[in-house]
Design a binder for this molecule. Sequence first.
Ligand SMILES: [Zn+2]
Ligand SMILES: [Zn+2]
Length: 358
Amino acid sequence: MIDVVILGGVGEYGRNCFLVTDLATNTRILLDCGVRNGKPEVYPPITAELAKSIQAVFISHVHNDHIGALPLLAEKGFKGDVWMSEASLNQLSSIIPTWQEKSAHLFIDRLHFRSFSKTTRGKRIKITENLSMTWGYSGHMLGSVWYSFYLKERAVFYSGDLALASPLLVTDTPNNLVYDVALIDSGHGGQTMPYQKSIKNILSAMADSSEKYLIPITISGKACDLLYSLFKALPDRNFLIDNQLYQHLHAYLKHLDNIHKNKWADLASMLNSRRLEVYQGVIKPGIYLLRTKPGGFHKINTAVFKNEQSPFYKSHPDYNDLKTLVRSIDAKEFIFFHSKQTDLETILQALHSDLFLN
Ligand SMILES: [Zn+2]
Ligand SMILES: [Zn+2]
C-alpha cells in the first residue's frame, strides 16, 4: 500500500512537500521540500524522526516553494540524496546564497545533491532495489521535471509544477501507466486562460509605443515565455530586463534539450538583439521585465486573474489543462496541490461534474 502524507502544498499556494511511503517495502521518499513564501516563510512540519526516516528526496524544480525547506530537512538529520535534473542543479549555485542570508547555511553542507543525466530522460532509472523512477520535462521552468515512481508493485506520479504548452520549454508526455496515486499541480485550476488569449490581453494593455510598461516578474519559465512572446509580437519596441533574467535566459542556451528545437534560433537572436537590454536604472520608452517594482511605470499585473480581459498569464495548469491531465493520466487516486482551499473546492466540484471523478 502507498501512504502519502501531505506536509504542505494541498489547500495552500506553496510549501509543496509530500512524504510517500511504500508500506510493503518500507521505502520512503520525499517529493519536494518547499516553504510557503511570505514574511515569515511557513515551513512544513519536519521532525527529526521524520527526516531520518526518509531515504531520498526528489526535487521537481528550484523555486523556493519546492526547495526552501531543504536546510531544515538537513538540520533535522536527513542523510540521503537530493535528486534533481542537471539544469536544476546548475541553478543551485545562485540560490544557495539566498539561504545563507537566512542563516540556514550551517546545514546546507550536509545535503548530498545529485543530478540524473540528460541522457536518462524518459528512461527507467534504478535508485534502490525497491525504487526506480522515470523523469520528463514539465515545461514550468528551466530544469523542471515530473516523475513516475515504481515502488515494487505500486506506481506514483508527481507532476511537480507543470505547463502543458510553454512557447519555449518542452513538456514531455508522462508514462502511460496505471498509477496508484497521482499528485497533480492545479495552481491555476480556478480559471481558464489560453496563452494566446493572455498575450492578446497583455498586448492590448500596452498599446502606446511611447509609454514605459513594467511587468513584474520572478525568475521562471513564465518570465522567459512572456519576454519571448512579446518581443516577437512587438518588433518596434525595446525591452529592458533584470540582469538575473538575462543570465537565466543564457542558461537556456546551455540546456537546449529543455527548449523546443524550432525556437533555438529565435531565442539566440533575441538574446543578441539590440532591442534587448539589461536594465541599469535608465528609464526610457519600452517594456520592462523586472523583479523589483521601481516607480514611474505603467504596471501590468500578469499574476492575477480578474476576468476574461485580464492580462493574466498562467504558470500552472488552468482548468482546461487540468481536464486534459485527468483524462490522460490513469490513476486510482488524484491529489491536487498548489491551490488555496477555496480554489481547490471549486476545482474538485467542477471536475466531479465534468468528468464524474470519484
Ligand atoms: Zn514553480
Ligand atoms: Zn510551485
